[in-house]
Write a protein that binds this ligand. Structure first.
Ligand code: GLU
Length: 338
């Protein structure tokens, strides 16, 4: 009896304390993949800190990738400020960034066009992609039943009658990928078992826009796979995206990373923080707090430490455990701390 209790305890402790990366064949590598469209805010800091701590507490490395796919909104000045803010916080990256440190360069998505083109080709070879020439208005008019959160579910207007199809002319068209009416499941490191039916939740989705811009879903899969990322830690708004990404990993025959999504920060009774919330962006946070004061406040808000005291990321590594974070989709910014 005592022995089996001890075994149970050992397994329990092991599963609570072990890293979210369950692969034993690849070294643990986490990543932070900001879109340089503005100054980082408190929510980005929380996600970056958790991603860094998760990788470092498992003895792994941490990569910084610049997700500047959107040419209108991405600016190199913003990317420089992200780097400056991360370094100021003590969240140093081992690989990547604007200086392309490491063997998987380039680390800015705007310079990875040829790589995405190769992988799109591979997806085209499966016969499950097709050209879509729908206008925005047509998509809205023919979408599958409305999602309550305003998400658009593509109704399949351009989908060929028979799939896989071998010949298609993609000139001037967006490329969409067919999704089966099937549940995609994965185990999230914080929220546990997740199940999504992509046909119902998103429909066939875009891999490349008609103007040639690469879609986030394709770029992120290709990059995480080629850069050897084993764990992805990011906001809970991307829980459904993980299912889309797992589907692409499967079609490409690539090993997916482990996913842990983290609560989105909200203020004013549930409104999600965004880059427009100037009072909680890094410019004002840096004016109000020293780096250890800010990290300590974020750590206390997340439950990583029982009450606020100044801290550095490095000092939080030892006591870090995913079990300390409440698996809630959102977290209200604590007004006593900020
Ligand atoms: N680039 C995305 C963002 O800044 C993050 C994507 C990801 O972590 O997969 O919201």
């Amino acid at each position: 009896m005592a022995a089996s209790a001890a075994v149970f305890f050992a397994i329990f402790v092991f599963s609570m304390e072990s890293s979210i990366t369950n692969s034993h064949t690849r070294p643990v590598k986490g990543r932070f993949a900001p879109s340089p469209t503005g100054r980082m805010h408190l929510g980005n800091v929380a996600a970056a800190l958790l991603s860094w701590l998760s990788a470092k507490s498992a003895g792994g490395s941490w990569l910084l990738r610049i997700e500047d796919l959107d040419p209108q909104r991405s600016k190199v000045e913003h990317a420089r400020l992200v780097e400056d803010d991360l370094a100021w916080l003590g969240l140093e990256w081992d690989e990547g960034g604007l200086d392309d440190i490491g063997s998987n360069a380039p680390y800015s998505q705007s310079r990875r066009h040829d790589i995405y083109a190769q992988f799109l080709e591979r997806l085209n070879d499966t016969g499950y992609t097709y050209p879509c020439r729908c206008t925005r208005a047509e998509i809205m008019a023919t979408q599958a039943p409305h999602q309550s959160d305003g998400r658009v579910v593509y109704g399949g207007r351009c989908r060929p009658a028979v799939l896989p199809c071998s010949q298609a002319d993609f000139t001037g068209a967006a490329t969409r990928i067919y999704v089966p009416d099937e549940v995609i499941s994965y185990r999230d490191g914080l929220y546990g078992d997740m199940h999504f039916n992509l046909a119902r939740e998103v429909g066939d989705f875009v891999l490349r826009r008609a103007d040639g811009a690469w879609a986030y879903q394709l770029a992120v899969v290709v990059d995480d796979a080629l850069m050897g990322v084993t764990e992805v830690v990011r906001g809970s708004d991307l829980l459904l995206s993980a299912a889309q990404q797992i589907y692409l990993y499967r079609l490409l025959g690539l090993e997916p990373p482990c996913f842990a999504h983290v609560p989105l920060l909200c203020s004013d009774g549930g409104r999600r923080l965004s880059k427009r919330d100037r009072s909680l962006d890094m410019q004002s946070l840096r004016a109000r707090f020293s780096a250890p004061e800010l990290i300590g406040r974020v750590a206390a808000m997340l439950g990583l430490i029982p009450e606020y005291s100044p801290a550095t990321p490095a000092a939080l590594v030892e006591g870090f455990s995913w079990a300390k974070i409440k698996p809630e989709l959102t977290l209200e910014v604590n007004p006593d701390l900020f």
